[in-house]
Write a protein of this length. Structure first.
Lengths: 215, 255
């Protein structure tokens, strides 16, 4: 795949760094492993993996001095994609360990409270928000009913009585709950699902992010 | 809607995929990397790899094979066989697996379940059970270890009640009686499990045709492990899923 921009993957000890790296490599892109904040300057586009807890992720980011540099990276308009816990910490707050997150997108993350088995684990479909400015770019070459692989016990829930917030790019239902499966605001993107493990459709979504340019 | 999963299971011995009947008489099926890649490209919702000789040879699973599989298979991967301690589990995950499956080691070292779950999350721990019908057990099933060769003192349900709170994300149950016979899953076993647990149940042992899989899903299985039925090439995962969809079972049909 032909990208002019340097793609970085944040490695702060998250368990799925390797899977994300292999997924990006399978698209013909050689990503840079970003282990220190200073290395962010060499990167034009960043993927931010995550597995485990939001509390643990934020604590690792703090320990490694990434919190402010990541906010600056996002504010500079360079594309940033958070995956799973990497998406959750893009929001304001997580119930998991009462954790203050990066505050780059206006959502909060709470635990599933339903009779269905937790974690929500397996393949589920996404309802796209077709009015979202990044809808066409994000969903390019994807069937509307494509399924993605999810594993999580916490989510950014969508309250049906309120208007659909602008950052919601796609939503998914589990039991009675509806939550943000994909979020995006300008150059900041997030996927609750493990798009690095969602087969060809997941790789396509990663490719769509890597091809995205501000219009 | 959350989909029911069809998971091909690759038993590996001496670097090759193999398949036995009632855990014996193994025949060669193919190369693990090629087969995993094939299944992940053709609708497998996940791939389970069991290094079936590792445990009895007291060695960890073959990490280089896991890495080679993970480099080409972009669906979740679960590794079982030979995981003796936290370090083995960590190396499986570092090599590209999402989950580890604990079988013989779990009754011997139950604290390992918590160690892995506390570090990687409960979703990373699959409790694998080989059970044999045993009328002397309250649940009617006895837990076996060492590839189904050694009986334990555990009744199946007593074991699950003990092990689940330690941090189990899923249960994979294999009927030794049905394994490789292709005469259908043990549905009574499935009913007993579903009545007692609130984690996903992966049903294993005995699928011989699409109807067997449909039956298991109708009885509440969250996932079905398949081996002989797809390794033999007589039916594809797509065909299995089409049959499930015809029976109104939600499955993933796009990939």
């Amino acid at each position: 795949m032909n990208t002019l921009k340097t793609v970085g993957i944040l490695n702060y000890g998250a368990g799925n760094f390797g899977s994300v790296k292999r997924a990006v490599e399978s698209l013909g892109v050689s990503p840079i492993e970003v282990k220190e904040p200073a290395e962010l300057q060499f990167v034009e586009r960043l993927i931010f993996p995550g597995v485990g807890s939001a509390q643990q992720a934020m604590s690792e980011l703090k320990k490694r001095g990434f919190v402010e540099p990541l906010r600056e990276f996002a504010r500079s308009g360079k594309p940033l994609l958070g995956i799973c816990v990497g998406m959750q910490v893009l929001g304001d707050w997580s119930e998991e360990g009462n954790t203050t997150c990066l505050g780059l997108l206006p959502f909060k993350v709470e635990k599933f409270n339903c009779k269905e088995p937790i974690p929500h684990m397996g393949w589920n479909s996404i309802s796209w928000n077709q009015n979202h400015p990044n809808f066409s770019a994000a969903s390019s070459q994807l069937a509307g009913d494509a399924n993605f692989y999810f594993v999580h016990s916490y989510a950014a829930f969508i309250n049906e009585t309120e208007n659909c917030p602008q950052h919601i790019l796609g939503s998914t239902d589990y039991g009675p709950k509806r939550f943000c499966a994909l979020v995006s605001q300008g150059s900041i993107w997030g996927a609750q699902c493990h798009i690095e493990k969602s087969g060809r459709v997941g790789l396509q979504l990663i490719e769509n992010f890597l091809r995205w340019e501000r219009s | 809607m959350l989909k029911r999963r069809i998971i091909p299971c690759l038993d590996i011995r001496d670097g090759r995929v193999t398949k036995g009947i009632e855990f014996k008489n193994n025949i060669d099926v193919g190369d693990p990397v090629l087969l995993s890649c094939h299944y992940s490209d053709h609708g497998a919702d996940e791939i389970v790899i069991y290094d079936i000789a590792a445990s009895s040879e007291n060695r960890p699973p073959d990490f280089s094979t896991i890495e080679a599989i993970a480099a080409k298979s972009f669906v979740p991967i679960c590794i079982g066989g030979g995981i003796r301690d936290f370090s083995d589990a960590s190396r499986c995950i570092a090599s590209g697996a999402e989950k580890v499956s604990l079988n013989s080691i779990a009754p011997r070292k139950p604290e390992l379940i918590s160690e892995i779950a506390n570090h990687f999350g409960v979703q990373a721990v699959v409790l694998s059970l080989d059970v044999l019908i045993d009328e002397s057990c309250p649940s009617g099933y006895r837990l076996f270890v060492q590839g189904g060769r050694t009986a334990t003192h555990w009744d199946m349900l007593s074991w699950i009640e003990f092990a689940l709170p330690l941090g189990v994300g899923e249960i994979c149950v294999n009927s030794i009686n049905q394994d490789g016979k292709r005469s259908g899953y043990d549905l009574l076993l499935l009913q007993k499990l579903k009545a007692h647990v609130n984690v996903p149940v992966i049903m294993s042992g005995g699928a011989g045709n699409a109807l067997h899989i449909v039956e298991a899903f109708k009885e509440g299985a969250d996932a079905a492990l398949v081996a002989s039925i797809v390794h033999s090439g007589e039916i594809t995962i797509r065909e299995l899923k089409s049959r499930c969809a015809d029976a109104a079972i939600p499955v993933r049909l796009d990939w």
